[in-house]
Design a protein around this ligand. Sequence first.
Ligand code: MN
Length: 747
Amino acid sequence: MSEAVTASQADEKLLIQRAYKKLLRAIKSPLSKEDKQNMRKAYELAVSAHSQQRRKSGEPYVLHPIAVATICAEEIGLGPTAIIAALLHDVVEDTDITLKDIQQMFGERIAKIVDGLTKLDSAYNIESPQAENFKKVLSTLVEDVRVVLIKMADRLHNLRTISSMPQHKQLKIAAETNYIYEPLAHRLGLYNFKTEFLDISMKIKEPEQYHEIARKLQETKRDRTRYVNEFIRPLTDKLDEMGVPYRIFGRPKSIFSIWNKIRSKRVPFEEIYDLFAIRIVVDVPPDKEKLICWQVYSIVTDVHKPIPERLKDWITVPKSNGYESLHTTVIGPKGRFVEVQIRTERMDEIAERGFAAHWKYKGVSKQPDVYERWLDSVREILEDPTSDAVQFLGDFKSNNLFNEEIFVYTPKGDMIILPKGATALDFAFHIHSDVGYHCTAISVNSKLVPMGYKLNNGDQLKVVTNKNQKPNEDWLNMVVTGKARAKIRSAMKEERKVKGQLGREALERKLKNLKIAAFEPAVEAMVKFYGFSSHIDLYYAIYTEQLTIPEIFKNFREEDRKLVQISKELREEAPTPPPGSGELSARKATRKKVLGKPRLLINGEPGERFEYHFATCCNPVQGDQVFAYLTSNAGLKIHRINCPNATNLIANYGYRIMKAEWIITPNASFVAEVKITGIDDGPGVIEQLTHRISSMLGLNIRSFSIEGNEGYFEGIISLLVTNTDQLNIAIKSLQNLQSVSSVTRIE
Ligand code: MN
């Protein structure tokens, strides 16, 4: 018995040593003697510290940090500092070793990285909300990008070995990977990571489709190889003639990307021809790169006819994550479309290994430092003191920090770089926050545009300001950059505070009259009763008369110089208040949007059994695709599938999501908000719109706000409709009006 234990212990020791040898072989950069010693020391420390732990699969735990270090070396190309930190990444969290020990043994830098990694991990353990988590990931990112790169390697190894985890954990990890790590990998140019993240999470979430595509790829492999050879054969002679070393090969596309195509194009696997791309990688000195790549392009297109619209030149203008390559699609044998990627070894390494490789080649390519610029914009949002984690995440996602950029120009011809999707108002805030605050009109290429106008590459902008202008809440919908959003939000906050002060004073006077002594507890009780999120919101509501003081005192009264709530029964005995005030609190009044009694099936059962409300962030209308989300205190909330909050909810609280389907209710009534923009060509616009809606379409308008600006108007109309058909008809009909240029449903 004991012999068996020792035998397996010896086996395990061998396994661990073998893994370490593999790590050493994977290191490509030359190591100093000190590096080697430190690495050995880190390895030994990890082995002894984790000696009592096992992974879910039963393996010795230390194989995990060794594998993570190997990924760092082999697949990201990181150097000794990061490799040592990777070996130690779970030591402080899981064992008796302290950060101080690490610092004494390996120095400040490595201790800092390990600390960053430990903090990231503990954030997961306490299951803190995802947004907070994400903010942490990014704060460490701007401090030392290696922390995030090691974290990526950690995540990748955990995904590769995920099969020993229980199903529900797998799903959570997959959602989190799609939510944070996949877009981050994209932004850091770690394409291989991104592909593997997507493939593995698909395997978890859609195992049947995954295995089916994998099987079909396997079955068609021989045909594909034959085809690739047929494609390459006529090219090789001409490529040889160039006298430049090159590699040419077919690269299969990822299972996820094939599946994506099947879904989006609605074609069966058998009809997808671009299951692979041809890649040609040339080995040339930096000053010859562009010339030779275009020479290769010319050789390829001499043999195979190109489709000119599919030409993408990311060599002249690289992508904002540093990607450089020349892509084209040509018509290959049998008339099939084949994508060809042309690049140099340097470009290939950057494309495969991202960030680390990029820094290695810093200064080689002529492109401005795309990473620095991106990190700056991340820093900018992180440093905004007014944004909390959830807002931050929204900013981050909508700010398109993951996406590409556009180039626009000032009247003097200076180039300004903004994220794709940025608006004219974003531009104004980018120039200067004061220009943003006081912006009254913007012209693009000498034509006046609405402030929310989406910019295109090459636009030239001019901003008109007026010192009396100031931001309002609606402006938040007209910008996408974090900077503009933060500035508008803080201006709004300031405004609310100032105006709220007047509301507060009114309330103070009233409480004084009633001889209520303690102001704070009284206000606290009101905030709670009406469900405001802060005192300022209450004061502001009083100021704007959304909630009047007489209304408040239908629910509260004085007793022993204290504020007490009037019980429900007593309130009901009181005379019925006039319509439009009283019984319903301000909050309920605005929330009570659904007038008819719409019915839903929740998880296949009649929804009457549940308490449910319609989410106000997306205002679902009968006919929309919806899901139910179980809130912690307010029953079920029905959201639209494409609600801006949906991804977040599904990623983080998957266990609270329920299926919801409509039971068609003919007389139900839903609120739908539409935004209308157009040209204000006289006083008749409002009449035109209301006439169309009320008289011609027979719909009720719940509220209507419109604002004109320099010949443009923008209005928000809240309509009562029975279902999405009715809403779509209304949108179409409004669109047909002369002066209307766009009608969109507000998401
Ligand atoms: Mn780990």
